[in-house]
Design a protein around this ligand. Structure first.
Ligand SMILES: [Zn+2]
Ligand SMILES: [Zn+2]
Length: 329
């Protein structure tokens, strides 16, 4: 459980009229007879409840990193000279360029700017035990609407969340997205992630005609394949970080459902989507062609299929030596 932050404004109502937020520690004034389900914290806007919220002081990322993530990363690390190649990459594409883009073109979240988002980020950092990164809200991604979020930077990580995503998620789902992104920081993905993101978004042709041309020359095909393969698997570890922070697998699953279904949020049914995920898994196990097309189509996307992410997170939530061991330990 978190300790209340001394700096927070404390409201001092009658003893029976206050409730401590289990996420951010704020003491909230509540109306007597309010039902817990309907009331939210005045600071982080997350639902108030008597349930505990676990925070870790020394969480080892290897306790939740997905085995497919660690396998793909160790394959990547076996490539001779990989560290030199990636260091060279960072030299060329210094993170300052991305920082310029977002400090100039997005809103930086702070205690005064989107304070509930700032409070949610505090909750995420306190739960996973990481230093607080900068957080930006942006309206567009690469000229189009971004229904997504991402984490960049290596020396000084930062998170960007796009407003089209924010507008379609409830407060718990926003917490899940921030926790997923912070998971990339906690699981020490960023060196490889920055390289993989660059490869995904910039084609060779663009690279060759840009100031980053030397990048196209130094990244050989095996490095590219290994980076792109690992990139998707790393997402599964970060979904687990989202579960560790929200402590509710249905929140992670409903976030995936909205990522898949987009604007129809109010008409979506989570149980139907979970059933769809289980059905998809069953078909992939039984039908070769289904599996073939899944591998081919999903392989060209930045993230794994949302239905696969849902099956994976629900399986890990139910595993005795998975989420349960960490939350009860
Ligand atoms: Zn709160
Ligand atoms: Zn991610």
């Amino acid at each position: 459980m978190s300790e209340p932050n001394d700096d927070l404004p404390i409201i001092e109502p009658e003893e029976s009229d206050k409730m401590r937020c289990r996420f951010c520690g704020r003491l909230n004034k509540i109306k007597t007879h309010s039902t817990n389900a309907s009331i939210r914290c005045g600071r982080c806007r997350l639902p108030l409840s008597e349930d505990p919220h676990k925070k870790w002081t020394n969480l080892d990322p290897h306790s939740y990193i997905h085995p497919l993530d660690s396998q793909a990363l160790s394959a990547l690390k076996k490539i001779p000279g990989i560290d030199t190649i990636l260091k060279k990459l960072l030299e060329i594409f210094h993170e300052s360029s991305a920082r310029v883009l977002f400090t100039g073109n997005a809103v930086r979240v702070s205690e005064k700017q989107c304070p509930d988002l700032d409070a949610k980020l505090d909750v995420v950092c306190a739960t996973l035990g990481i230093e607080k990164p900068e957080l930006y809200v942006s309206v567009t991604a690469n000229g189009g609407l971004g229904f997504n979020a991402f984490t960049g930077g290596v020396e000084k990580p930062f998170i960007v969340i796009y407003s089209s995503l924010l507008e379609r998620l409830d407060d718990m789902e926003v917490l899940a997205v921030l926790a997923h992104e912070a998971g990339h920081i906690h699981a020490q993905h960023l060196l490889y992630k920055v390289a993989a993101d660059l490869l995904f978004f910039l084609s060779d042709i663009i690279l060759r005609g840009s100031p980053f041309a030397p990048l196209a020359e130094i990244l050989s095909l095996p490095v590219k394949v290994a980076l792109v393969t690992w990139r998707q698997k790393a997402e599964l570890s970060c979904d687990r970080a989202a579960l560790l922070v929200t402590q509710n697998e249905r929140v992670v699953a409903s976030t995936m459902m909205k990522l898949a279904g987009g604007t129809l949020a109010s008409k979506l049914d989570l149980d139907e989507f979970i059933a769809q995920a289980k059905d998809f898994d069953k078909k992939a196990a039984e039908d070769f062609l289904h599996k073939f097309w899944t591998t081919l189509i999903a392989g060209s996307m930045s993230h794994p299929f949302p239905v696969w992410r849902v099956s994976e997170i629900i399986e890990w939530a139910e595993k005795e030596d998975g989420y349960k061991r960490l939350i009860n330990g």
